[in-house]
Design a protein around this ligand. Sequence first.
Ligand SMILES: Cc1cc2nc3c(=O)[nH]c(=O)nc-3n(C[C@H](O)[C@H](O)[C@H](O)COP(=O)(O)OP(=O)(O)OC[C@H]3O[C@@H](n4cnc5c(N)ncnc54)[C@H](O)[C@@H]3O)c2cc1C
Length: 414
Amino acid sequence: MSHDILVLGAGMIGTCTALQLQRRGHRVTLLDRRAPGLETSYGNAGIIQREAVQPYAFPHEPQLLWQAATGRSLAIRYHLGALPGLLPRLARYWLASGAGRYPTIASAYGRLIAHCQSEHETLMREAGVVEGVRRQGYLSVFRSPQGLEQAAREAEALAREQGLGLDVLSAAGLAQAEPGLRPGLAGALHWRDPWTVQDPGALVQAYARHFEALGGQLWQGDAGGLSRRSGGGWQIQTDQGLWQGPHAVVALGPWTPRLLEPLGLRLPLFVKRGYHRHYRGGPGLTLPVLDSEQGFVLAPMAQGVRLTTGAELARRDAAPTPVQLYRAEPVARGLIDLPEAVETQPWMGCRPCTVDMLPLIGPAPGQPGLWVHAGHGHQGFTLGPASARLLADQIDGTPPLIDPTPYLPSRFRP
Ligand SMILES: Cc1cc2nc3c(=O)[nH]c(=O)nc-3n(C[C@H](O)[C@H](O)[C@H](O)COP(=O)(O)OP(=O)(O)OC[C@H]3O[C@@H](n4cnc5c(N)ncnc54)[C@H](O)[C@@H]3O)c2cc1C
């Protein structure tokens, strides 16, 4: 049976949701206050991370915690003023990252991410995406031989267990793979499976165009006007008209709580902010390079080499403080020549995170016809199509891609 379905938010998550539902014959309206793919799904490192079978855990190593606490870490930074509000969620994140719960969480994460490439592949093929996607993995580089050796041991065990493609490159092997990098690195892990996208926002826009070609409606407007209809179902009035129907999906990424909290749904979401800037004029890169010891990524993009930073724990709407980016710049210039910064002001975005690192995919507790699709953290660009298929299976009542239980929003409101 086909339904009228409204999807709120046209990032990677909302756009894939709308597309997966439209492909199944529903009448779908995708609403965003901006054009598709201009927020978090634009500014990321563009890696479709098939190897990311373990979600990004809260560090437990005393040395890393001390570096973060004393402001010496490039990977993690925090606003002191935001900590009191964030502490209850960070405490739950810390607990979920411990040895007791993390293996179960990682196993659920791995089961979903296992489908990331097959689902992107289908959507890319149907949407006619032929350029701008490299299928040659990315490099995780190390300065110290000991660091490389230890990381290689752990990565090789994971690769064996999960059937992932991995090569350990010596300094000479790395120089051959990426001649633009300066000499002096100890080597790298080459994760071979991931795909890398040269313009992440453009991929979302290609999916949105395909959605429209299939008959989907793209509306511009504010999701804040969503309300329950007295006879059941949901409605919203926009400049483009009145939408009414039985199902609405909230896929507003970092802004999801703004819509759910007035409905009485307080799900434990928080954000890890990140920054980027592009650089032109140097030797460039063929594959993204993760500086594992410092926690930033250099990715070859259409606009130049994109330097993306680690996590900043701060209020979503606080003014940008691109300290990590400014501190990462000279370190990155130690890896590769980055002569000319393209933007005067760095871009900032917010990774939408949950306290147990698993996304929210399923019905909104106590709100019939309302669905939550958010909280994809560090890998929303990767997970969009697979996660959207799992949500569409639930809306349709068809056999699910995988067991949806670990991702249901009701896990936080039993
Ligand atoms: C620096 C950085 C690097 C990253 N690198 C990677 C990576 O390499 N690989 C990966 O898989 N992931 C990566 N991520 C994570 C990934 O970018 C996110 O998980 C993903 O983009 C989240 O997508 P989304 O659709 O949920 O949110 P968004 O893309 O933010 O989309 C939310 C949409 O909601 C809309 N919206 C908000 N409020 C309203 C409103 N009131 N009315 C109407 N519309 C509204 C916004 O305009 C926006 O279009 C990275 C993130 C960052 C910050």
